[in-house]
Design a protein around this ligand. Sequence first.
Ligand code: SIN
Length: 492
Amino acid sequence: MTDTAPRTATRDGQLLIGAGWREAGDGTRFGVTDPASGRAVGSVPDAGQADVRAAIDAADAALDGWRALPAIERGAVLRRAAGLIRERTTPIAAVMTAEQGKPLAEAAGEVAYAAGFLEWFAGEAERIYGQIVPPSSPDKRVLVLRQPVGVTAAITPWNFPAAMLTRKLGPALAAGCTSVVKPAEATPLTAIEICRALRDAGAPDGVVNLITTSRPAMVGETLMADPRVRKLSFTGSTAVGKQLIRSSADQVKRLSLELGGHAPYIVFDDADLDSAVDQVMASKFRNAGQTCVCANRIYVQRGIHEAFRDALALRTAALVVGAGDRAGVQIGPLIDGRAVEKVRRHVEDAIAHGARLLVGGKVPEGREFAAGHFYAPTLLDGITTEMVIAQEETFGPVAGLTVFDGEDEAVRLANETPFGLAAYLQTRDYARMFRVAERLEFGIVGVNDGAPSVPSAPFGGVKQSGFGREGGAVGIDEYLDVKYVSIGGISS
Ligand code: SIN
C-alpha cells in the first residue's frame, strides 16, 4: 500500500479482423480507465456494425482452411500461444491490473489459468474421436463423426478478461471452428494481448477476430442475426443470457451460457476450523468478491459458529485494500461506481433488517481511495432470507453468515435459489460429503475446497446459471456437431 511504483503506462489497442490489426471503419475510439484511480489507461477502436460484419466475413473465409488442418497442427498453435502467454505473464498481468483492478499476483495467476485452457484443449484437439456403430443389417456400416460447428462467437466478461476468453477460444479453435470475440468494454486490452499471442503463435488470418466496442448490444444483435455464426458462448448476467436465448430462436443458434451464481458455502461443525476459514476466505475474497463462483451465502452450523465467525472476522479485518499494482495489496477496487453502489445497497439493507456488522461496511477512507471504486472487506452476521444479500449475487467483498442446525436445513437453504453454478461444503465426515454434494443442485461443488476451478474440469451451471460446460473433456463438445453416416450396399 505504501509502495510508490509508477502507474502503468497508457496503452492503445486495435481491432483484429482477418489479416491484421486495424481501426474501426469510422475511426472512432473509446477510453479504458483504471478502476483504482479513474485515470485513463488507454483506448481502443469503437467498432460499428460494418466492423462486426467484416469480422464474421473473415472468420467465414478462414473456416475451410482451419478445419482442414490436422488436429495436431491446430493443437500446436494453441500450445505455442500458451507458451507465449506464459512468457508474457508480467506485461499481460500489468495490463489486466491496470484495466480490471485485481492485484498483480492474482492477475499473474489468471494469466497462468488462461494459458492452461489453451494447453488443455490443445490435447483435446487430438481426441476428437468418432465411432463405428454395429450395423442394423449385414450390408450396412454406420460411422459417427464429430465435426466443427463452424464460425463461432464469444462474448466475455470483465472479471476474468484473459481466462474467460481462452476458456472459449481454446475449445473453439481446437475443434476446428473460427471465432469472433467481443471482450467487455471495461477490459479490452487484456483480450488484445491474448489474441496477439495467438497470432504470434501462428493462428492463420481470420481464425481469431477481435471486436472492441462501447455498443455491446449492437454486436450481440449483429452476431445473432448472421446465419454464418453457428454458435455463441456468453459469460455474463442472467438478464443478458435470457435475451440471447430469445434471439437465438430465430436461427436456432447453439448457445453456451455461463450466467450469474449465488453460491452457498456450508460449514458443518465437524469441519477443520483453520481449513474452513482459509477456504471461505479464498472463495469469498478472490477478485474482491467479483466472481460468479464466490461464496455469497455462508451457512455455519451452530456448534462452530462463534469460533468460525471470530476467526473470519480477524482475517477479513487484516485484508490489505488498495490499487492492484501496489505491493502487498489483496483487495483491489471494484470495476466501477455501480458495483460499489450495489455492494453498499446490500450491506445497508442487511443492517436495516437486523444483521450485525462485524468488519468493514463502508468505503475505505484516505486519499488513495478517493478517485477509485473501493469497498472495504466486510463481514456481517445474522443474515436472514428476506435480506437482499440472501437473494441476489453481491459481486463484492462482503461475507454474510447465517446459522443453521441440521444437514437437511442446510441443504434446503443452499438450494433455495433460482441459480445453480457453484456450492461449497466444509466437513470431515466422508459420508456427509457424498450425501450433501449429491443433494446440492449446482454444477460445481467444492468440498473443503474454496477454489475448485481448473481447465481440466467441466465448469458450468444448472437452473438459471446457464447451460453448457467450459473446460474438461466435455468442453470441446460445445463446438462440435455430431453426424452419422450410414453406408449401404456392402455385401459380404
Ligand atoms: C467466473 O467468475 O465466471 C469464473 C471464475 C472461475 O473460473 O473460477
